[in-house]
Write a protein that binds this ligand. Structure first.
Ligand code: KG4
Ligand code: ZN
Length: 357
């Protein structure tokens, strides 16, 4: 029998400090998280310098919490996984430094993980897991992509956004409607008070015949509609509902097309926008009609967290995609020779990880 692999994962790419422990036999053992939403709220968006400093403050206590709750001591940890990119450079550096220092001290590997690979595979953290291969819809603040996930480390890009990401469109539209940060959940909450269809917005690229997306025009259409009259809360709620419906209609339609094109019958939805209830409801219904099944990460793990980073580290290690031991070790000469051996990649296309075709 193959031995279990247990990995500690650290996420610090943006405004959440996350630390978790994942075991390939027993699953997620612990998951500690600190969200900086309250810290950045007053500024209407993430302030990078404040984010970095808060990661510094939170990370060590969170590591202790994850070890305690996972009833794990360092001797059981096979590797430290951390988000190497993409994200805010200063924020990423906090996690990368801590992970590499720990790994060097323990003589185990530090595994730099791509943040989107974490989101992509996060539905594997749910009790009902999809099996490879599947189609994945990645909908976050920075990305809107459809991918074919053949196996761990093998991803093919099927479609991408030509401009704004879906989450970005939610955030910008929320701002237009005078809602706070983060915009997605605030806009979704307002939408429940309104009715879609009273104000009509476009469904960009719905009939484009391919799997690409475009959301910048939708945001402009909201701006135009808002200028024509969004003076009451009722009208703003109707606009929010129609905006949400427009995004959901496009996402659902392209997901069905991707399932049809690949012949797969499993769809995985990952990234912050995957927390949207309306999207989940319409996607489940539409996929159900075609005999396909949709898988989501647990709701708490849709947004950024350490669990998905620990998961990717453990799966990559178990699949032999990563070395078991620290490259620098504790040997003084070797570590000097490799000084600067770790870094972060604020901009890092997923294509460089997963042999995207
Ligand atoms: O994956 P994520 O936590 O961060 C990255 O972008 O990597 O995603 C954050 C995005 C934000 O744009 C946020 O507004 C959006 O996900 N979001 C939502 C909801 N919850 C978060 N969008 C729509 N409905 C939601 N319930
Ligand atoms: Zn994310």
């Amino acid at each position: 029998m193959k031995a279990a692999t247990r990995v500690l994962g650290i996420e610090t790419s943006c405004d959440e400090t996350g630390v978790a422990i994942y075991d390939t036999e027993r699953g997620l053992l612990s998951h500690a998280l600190h969200s900086q939403i309250a810290l950045h709220g007053a500024y209407g968006g993430v302030v990078p310098e404040l984010a970095s400093r808060d990661h510094v403050r939170r990370i060590v206590p969170l590591i202790h919490e994850a070890l305690r709750e996972g009833a794990t001591d360092w001797s059981a940890i096979a590797a430290i996984a951390y988000t190497e990119g993409p994200g805010l450079a200063g924020a990423l550096l906090v996690g990368a430094s801590v992970a590499n220092a720990l790994a060097a001290a323990l003589g185990i590997a530090a595994i730099g993980v791509h943040h989107l690979e974490g989101h992509l595979l996060s539905p594997l953290l749910a009790p009902e897991r999809p099996a490879f291969p599947f189609v994945a819809l990645l909908v976050s603040g920075g990305h809107t992509q459809l991918l074919e996930v053949q196996e761990i480390g093998r991803y093919a890009l099927l479609g991408d956004t030509l401009d704004d990401a879906a989450g970005e469109a939610f955030d910008k539209t929320a701002q237009l409607l005078g809602l706070g940060y983060p915009g997605g959940p605030a806009l979704a909450a307002l939408a429940t008070e309104g009715r879609a269809g009273r104000i009509r917005l476009p469904r960009p690229l719905l009939h484009s015949g391919n799997l690409d997306f475009s959301f910048a025009g939708l945001k402009t259409a909201v701006l135009t509609a808002a200028r024509q009259g969004a003076d009451t809360r009722e009208k703003r709620a109707d606009l929010a509902a129609e905006f949400e419906q427009a995004v959901v209609d496009v996402l659902v339609s392209k997901c069905l097309r991707a399932l049809e094109a690949t012949g797969h019958r499993q769809l995985v939805v990952a990234g912050g926008v995957g927390a949207n209830h309306h999207l989940r409801r319409d996607l489940d219904a539409a996929a159900g009609r075609t005999g396909a099944r949709v898988y989501y990460p647990p709701l708490a793990l849709c947004t950024d967290n350490g669990a998905m980073i620990a998961l990717v580290g453990a799966l990559r290690l178990a699949a032999g995609l990563e070395p078991m031991t620290a490259p620098s070790g504790v040997d003084r000469d070797a570590s000097r020779a490799r000084s600067g051996a770790f870094g972060v990649r604020p901009r890092w296309p997923l294509a460089e990880v997963g042999k995207l075709s």
